[in-house]
Ligand binder design. Sequence first.
Ligand code: NAI
Ligand code: MG
Length: 364
Amino acid sequence: MTNPSLLILPGDGIGPEVMAEVRRVIDWFGDKRGLTIDVSEDLVGGAAYDAHGVPLTDETMEKAQSVDAVLLGAVGGPKYDDLDFSVKPERGLLRLRKEMDLFANLRPAQCFDALADFSSLKKDVVAGLDIMIVRELTSGIYFGEPRGIFTEGNERVGINTQRYTESEIDRVARNAFELAMKRSKKLCSMEKANVMESGILWREVVTKVGEDYPEVELSHMYADAGAMQLCRWPKQFDVIVTDNLFGDLLSDAAAMLTGSLGMLPSASLGAPMANGRPKAMYEPVHGSAPDIAGQGKANPIACVLSFAMALRYSFDQGAEADRLEAAIEQVLADGVRTADLLGEEGVTPVTTSEMGSAILAALD
Ligand code: NAI
Ligand code: MG
């Protein structure tokens, strides 16, 4: 059996700082659990622009296509704000998503008990929350044609088109049903079939795919009602599947139920490769955080949890992913806090690498 392969792209700002802690975690799994991962590292975003004049080289793109998984830190920063659109750091990220055809974006919203006080909602509403939003990522209104600003008579009109083919809905729905099978076998699909034809088709196709997953309890909800229910009693959900636009909003809202941006991982999955596992890129939800970059203040947990998702979804190491998540739960229960997690009085924040060390100690 060959080792699983991982391409690490630390990127800009706090990207390299949080990634350094992930590398220590990867080494721990190699040393202590005999889980050897073939890790390679390359540049993306502003870092790649500085070295090569482009935010992602063709060579890096080829590497990304050939590994089992990509783990990306963050891209961008004020230094690159005035660059031409075509070479902006974000273009590197978008190229990866597009060329790897990562159509399913998995955004967990998980509330660690020790941080339940952090939520803007009541503690009992969020404590123990563990839901997964699957957002369609490569189609819908952000890509549909026609689009643009046109002139009609004596005024301008801005146009975007919501467009979904049956196969686009089918593949993301299948992805969500597969996830539901591995979790609590509950899936809620959200659209606005009451006012949108694309929503009517969405509901029809998801229902049809559901016939292949009789064990999964499928429900449908209008996305606006879904938003209300997410704030009212989020624990009624397990897996939610929705389109690109609604998923953008719902996943951001759900994520904030649980506290800090420094805690949120994500996965973007594509079609199965020859080995049966999906093409995959994992990344924290946060950006390059230029306001704290270089100060050792960044919380590495979002990036470490993204690696845990890679263990689970790309390397078939669900038990090891559980182990890593339990270590993080332990560290938080022990009161270890980076600056972004401070709420209680009198707690001194730890640095990025101290948080990494605490995670390793908990793993031991
Ligand atoms: P941001 O996520 O970088 O930062 C927002 C706020 O959250 C800042 O106050 C930051 O200090 C804090 N924060 C974020 N991650 C943290 C962590 N791990 N630990 C502690 N605090 C953390 O978003 P912002 O400021 O809007 O964007 C900054 C740059 O990042 C921009 O150039 C933007 O384009 C880029 N960006 C990149 C993304 C990516 O690579 N996927 C996503 C979002 C923004
Ligand atoms: Mg968003």
